[in-house]
Each structure stands twice: as structure tokens, then as C-alpha cells.
Design a protein around this ligand. Structure first.
Ligand SMILES: [Mn+2]
Length: 430
């Protein structure tokens, strides 16, 4: 029997409040879509099978380089984090897997697995950390990790990643995400070629330790923490890495890790075309790597990314199963509410992309009818798919209005009484 963090009768009572209006909205949308030759239940079924992983670090309050302002009832460790993740999944039915971060979430794998299973949760990709120093590690990552000039530091970084694979294997994870902060702050500080060679040889060693059914994701980032150059700076370098390592290596696209105005959906299309799209870290940004909630700034861009994914699916691209993960930092909201809303926004973009009339689009592209091609995408995007999302949640035991239900449950106040207040302080990018 699955342990519910929010009593089923609270969810039921909230759903009762919205039930009648929701049924009417779902019926009306169904009728509207049938005039477009779309079966609403087919779309709802597809949405119900779409999941996105929640990052364990996302349920704590984040921060900026300047300060961190902790919220109430912050998780004390990974077991509390899993409890919070279970709330998100209970109300959204969209997030059954959690992505762990080592060493932050390092605990006995058996205990972790038991706690997660009781909550109905599993584990998504493992994340290594060679961008900050763990308390007892002998060599510092101040000047890099896998690309460090010093062999012993590189060895330590490789060993850490191999340990992440071992922990993940015990937990039932099937992928390792490697993001390094390696780079330089000054022209001349590091040799571009030598540092990339060192990075590649470290990654090759990690790759060798992958079980047969695992994948390894490399994640590019244009800048930060290194401000002049980063070793894995863009999708081109990322593609070179995945291509050099082998068939189990794929590129991860974090939406925040590009220059403003970069055509990310086109990067996605290229990686799909050459069989190297591993998956996503969803978030949104206005200026840089802002780590804002998915869909909060540019929901149309999120839709355009999903348009590429649905198109690939539609074309029957072989072996196409990208991993979907959220990677955000919540500074001014309750992290649980942000993650609920992000999971919904991601499913919304997917549902909208499912509504694109692909045959019509293909025809307009063939005829060079730019206006109607664009309008075909817009028509899908303009459709309010909220009744589909709500129906999918309700059918899976979730909430028609998950944020309202979460607030009505009093969960935050309850855990705030059990969990001591954490300290604020300087710097807190997590
Ligand atoms: Mn990321």
C-alpha cells in the first residue's frame, strides 16, 4: 500500500469542488477537438504516459550568488526530500521519478530505495558533483575536475563518477548525468585543446564503468562558474563528446545553458537527427542560466521544443527515448508549488504539440506557405489544454487544481513544525 503524504479525502474534497465545471470544460474541449479530427481521449492517454523527473535539490530553497533566503519546513536531508517529491507526484501524477545528486543525497541505497518505493517513487538519472568540494576530499576542484591539469585531481573526479554509477545501480537508476564547471576566467589561463583532451580521457574511463543498459549524458553550459571559457560550452562540443565516447553516450540539453535568443529547438532537431539527444533539464530563463520555473518566461519556446519531440515521434525515429528532468532553483516560491506548476507546464507544452496538424504543416512547408505553416503551430499552441491535464491528473488520483489542493492540505505548515528552520546566509546556488 502506497503511503500518501496528503490524505486522499483532502484531494477528493478539493476535486469535488471543481468536478462539475471541469467535466463541462473537458466535454467542450472534446467537442472542439473532434471538429479538428482529434480524439481528446487519445491525447489524454498520451499525456498520462508522459513523465518528468524531479530533481532532489529542487525541493530545497535555492539562492543566488548574493544570498539564500530559506523557506519554512525545508527538507533536512534526502528522506525529507523524497517526502516532498511524493507530494508533487501525488497531486500531478506526472513525476514518479527523482533525480539524485551525489554526494548531497548519499545515504544507504537500501534505505533510500525502501523509502522511495513506499512513496511510489523511483530513481531517474544520477548526477555527479565535481563542481564543488565535498568536506573530506583530498583534491580541490577550484581549477577544474575532469580537465584539471593535475592527474590526481582528475583521478578523484573519475572515481567519484564511477561511485555515482555504483550507487545508481543499487537504486535502479539507468543513467549518469555529468556536468562539469571546468573552464577558465582569463584568456590564456588554460589550453583549450589540452583541457578538452583531458576531459575526454576522463569521460572515456567513466564510460567504461557503465553497465550495458545505462546511458551517460554530458551537459553543456555556455558560461558559469567559469566566465571566460568552459570546457563543455555548447551543443557542438557536446555532440563531439557523445560521438567520441560511443553508443551509450548522449547529449543533455539544459534550456538555461545557452546564450539569449539561441534557437534551442533547432539544436534539439539536430541532435535527434544524428541520434544523440539524451534528454533535457527543463527550466526557463530571461537573461542567462536563471533556473526559473519551466514555461514561466517563454512558454512558446517550450512548446517549440516539444514540437520537435512530437515530430520525431511522429516520424518514428528509432531508439528515441529522451529523458525528461526538471532543473530549477526556487528562490521566492514554495519549491513544491513551483515543481507542481513546472510539471504541469511541461505536460502542457507536450499536449499542445500533440495537437499540431502535421499533415497540414507538411503541406504548407512543401508549398512555401510560411504564414499558414506558422499559423498551424500557433493554432495548436493557442488551444487551452488545461482540461486535458486536469482530467489526466484526476484519473490518476491526482488533483484537478494541484496548487490549490496542496495549499488546502496544510502540508508546508505540518512539515515546518517537524523540520527545524535552516540557516540563510551568503551564496546558495544549488
Ligand atoms: Mn542542468
Amino acid at each position: 500500500m502506497m503511503e500518501l503524504r496528503i490524505a486522499a479525502d483532502i484531494v477528493e474534497a478539493e476535486n469535488q469542488k471543481h468536478g462539475e465545471a471541469h467535466d463541462a470544460d473537458y466535454a467542450a474541449l472534446g467537442e472542439h477537438l473532434s471538429r479538428r479530427n482529434i480524439d481528446i481521449d487519445v491525447v489524454a492517454k498520451k499525456v498520462s504516459e508522459f513523465f518528468v523527473a524531479v530533481p532532489s535539490w529542487g525541493v530545497g530553497t535555492g539562492g543566488t550568488r548574493f544570498a539564500r533566503f530559506p523557506g519554512k519546513g525545508e527538507p533536512r536531508g534526502i528522506f525529507d526530500k523524497l517526502d516532498d517529491c511524493a507530494v508533487i507526484n501525488q497531486l500531478t501524477s506526472a513525476t514518479p521519478n527523482v533525480s539524485l545528486h551525489i554526494p548531497w543525497d548519499k545515504e544507504d541505497p537500501k534505505a533510500l530505495k525502501a523509502h522511495a518505493s513506499a512513496l511510489g517513487l523511483g530513481f531517474d538519472a544520477m548526477n555527479s558533483n565535481t563542481f564543488s568540494d565535498a568536506p573530506d576530499q583530498p583534491h580541490s576542484y577550484k581549477y577544474g575536475s575532469l580537465s584539471h591539469a593535475d592527474a590526481a585531481t582528475r583521478r578523484q573526479a573519475v572515481d567519484h563518477n564511477i561511485e555515482c554509477i555504483e550507487i545508481g545501480t543499487a537504486l535502479g537508476s539507468k543513467a549518469l548525468t555529468v556536468w562539469v564547471g571546468d573552464g577558465s576566467n582569463f584568456p590564456g589561463q588554460s589550453n583549450f585543446t589540452k583541457s578538452f583532451e583531458r576531459y575526454l580521457s576522463g569521460m572515456a574511463e567513466i564510460y567504461k564503468a557503465l553497465p550495458d543498459d545505462w546511458r551517460i549524458f554530458s551537459e553543456h553550459k555556455m558560461y558559469e562558474p567559469a566566465f571566460y571559457s568552459t570546457v563543455v560550452q555548447d551543443w557542438g562540443t557536446n555532440y563531439l563528446i557523445a560521438n567520441t565516447l560511443g553508443e551509450k553516450a548522449f547529449c543533455l540539453v539544459d534550456l538555461g545553458h545557452h546564450a539569449p535568443n539561441t534557437n534551442i529547438e533547432m539544436i534539439v532537431a539536430r541532435l535527434i537527427q544524428f541520434g544523440k539527444l539524451g534528454g533535457f533539464h527543463f527550466n526557463d530563463s530571461k537573461y542567462g542560466d536563471d533556473d526559473l520555473d519551466a514555461g514561466s518566461i517563454d512558454p512558446y519556446r517550450l512548446f517549440l521544443v516539444f514540437n520537435e519531440l512530437v515530430d520525431a515521434d511522429h516520424r518514428g525515429v528509432k531508439g528515441f527515448h529522451p529523458a525528461h528532468m526538471i532543473d530549477q532553483s526556487h528562490n521566492v516560491t514554495d519549491p513544491i508549488e513551483s515543481l507542481i506548476s513546472s510539471a504541469n507546464e511541461i505536460r502542457r507544452a507536450y499536449a499542445q504539440a500533440l495537437l499540431v496538424d502535421r499533415m497540414a504543416l507538411d503541406g504548407f512547408q512543401q508549398d512555401n506557405d510560411a504564414l499558414m505553416a506558422s499559423d498551424t503551430l500557433k493554432r495548436a499552441y493557442r488551444t487551452d489544454v488545461e482540461p486535458i491535464l486536469a482530467e489526466v491528473r484526476r484519473r490518476a488520483g491526482g488533483a484537478i487544481d494541484p496548487v490549490a489542493t496542496y495549499r488546502a492540505s496544510g502540508y508546508r505548515a505540518k512539515v515546518a513544525a517537524e523540520r527545524p528552520e535552516s540557516k540563510g546566509g551568503s551564496g546558495g546556488i544549488i
